[in-house]
Design a protein around this ligand. Structure first.
Ligand SMILES: [Zn+2]
Length: 235
């Protein structure tokens, strides 16, 4: 996995702006893994998340800073996590072919492509059912399963691919409410790309005004020199 150059950051930002958050995560991964021939959309979600964590640590450092709102009192809660610690506590990724048998049915693990397909569903239950339907090995017969069976499949998938949905226990310091939140690493990756692209463009803007340099000339400078010129311009 390679780290990003300034032009990688700007290209990803430009290409990623109109995309869905799912596709932004895959765009970042395909930029960091240029020699990969797999279709990243077909990776199980946990494998994708693990690679995104790895990418985040290598490209942006391991500190994850986020915020959310307490569902009970609405208080804004900030949190800090060490992504490398979280990554080291997760067991190895499952094989991409890993299949689960529940009752008479066999299921593969869900991928980004499956998730994208069911995202248009208005409700969580029909979306979950459609997701399992897509992951079922034999789709010739309609899926006839009780809610209890579907829940069992979901639980088995979660334990076979624990990084597919990374849950954080979040306590509210104001009202004491405690709840489970999902940590979407793709959004953290995109937030870094976006903030770095904006910072780069602002640097180009200030230095172009001061020295008349082109964007390419400014970006070809090492970061330390760019920062020093910027400091002098803004002094
Ligand atoms: Zn609260």
């Amino acid at each position: 996995m390679r780290t990003f150059s300034t032009s990688d950051i700007l290209e990803m930002w430009e290409k990623g702006r109109p995309l869905h958050p799912l596709d932004r995560g895959l765009l970042a991964l395909s930029t960091a893994l240029p020699s990969l021939t797999d279709d990243l959309a077909d990776w199980p979600l946990g494998r994708r998340n693990r690679a995104l964590f790895d990418l985040y640590c290598k490209a942006f450092g391991s500190r994850l800073h986020g915020w959310t709102s307490c569902p009970s009192c609405g208080e804004k809660i900030e949190f800090d996590l060490d992504a490398s610690v979280l990554l080291s506590t997760q067991r190895e990724e499952p094989g991409w072919q890993e299949m689960l048998t529940v009752g008479n049915e066999r299921f593969r693990l869900p991928t980004s492509r499956d998730l994208a397909e069911v995202m248009t569903a208005s409700d969580a239950r029909p979306a979950a059912r459609r997701l399992l339907e897509r992951c079922r090995e034999s789709r010739l017969e309609p899926l006839v399963s009780s809610d209890a069976t579907l829940e069992e499949v979901e639980e088995r998938m979660a334990s076979a691919d624990p990084m597919a949905d990374i849950r954080l226990v979040l306590p509210c310091p104001t009202c004491g409410h405690q709840w489970d939140g999902t940590l979407d690493i793709a959004r953290f990756v995109w937030a870094e790309i976006e903030s770095r692209a904006r910072r780069l463009l602002l640097e180009v803007h200030h230095l172009a005004r001061a020295y008349g340099w082109t964007e390419a000339e400014t970006l070809s400078l090492p970061a330390a020199r760019r920062a020093m010129y910027l400091e002098m311009v803004q002094a």
